[in-house]
Write a protein that binds this ligand. Structure first.
Ligand code: SF4
Length: 166
């Protein structure tokens, strides 16, 4: 609006990448004065932060999160790389790891089921006294002879044409 006097309002969609949320705001010409004031104040604060970082006296804290996916320092230069879960692997390595976990889970479940067949219920208690149990859970299943079921379904579809089913 400062550069274009014909504009009366501007609409912004702000993306808060760290929190995965977005917010829409609209500013009118009458908001210009306080917006300028706010921008100048924030610019001063930003400059101070840059000076602090450049002086090396204060260590600026980095906090990892979803926003790391866009950060150019992610795989090289992140100050908290050692503990940042986003910088431990590349995206491709993550996918490979996910596939490996999937396969490991399948294999582990298969072995666990074989052990349960042999030994019955398996219990485990962790250091916090949390109890975990692996056991077969009966699932009720019903089977209907195909020949009988088809005749019943045919009859149902015949007496319930698509229009009357809605
Ligand atoms: S990768 Fe590191 S430097 Fe980049 S946003 Fe994440 S925590 Fe901050």
């Amino acid at each position: 609006m400062c550069l274009n006097p014909s504009l009366e309002k501007v609409r912004f969609v702000l993306e808060f990448v760290r929190y995965g949320a977005s917010r829409c705001v609209e500013y009118k010409r009458k908001d210009l004065s306080w917006l300028k004031e706010l921008a100048q104040r924030e610019r001063t604060r930003q400059r101070k932060l840059h000076e602090l970082a450049a002086s090396g006296e204060h260590e600026l804290k980095a906090s990892p999160g979803r926003h790391c996916a866009w950060c150019p320092l992610l795989l090289k230069g992140c100050p908290v790389a050692k503990t940042n879960p986003y910088s431990q692997m590349t995206a491709e390595e993550r996918l490979r790891f996910a596939l490996w976990l999937q396969e490991a889970e399948k294999q582990n479940t298969k072995v666990l089921k074989d052990l349960m067949v042999e030994r019955g219920l398996i219990c485990y208690r962790d250091g916090n006294q949390g109890a975990y149990v692996a056991d077969f859970v009966p699932v009720e299943k019903r089977f209907y002879p195909y020949r009988d079921a088809v005749a019943i379904l045919d009859e149902w579809f015949r007496t319930h044409p698509p229009m009357s089913r809605a």
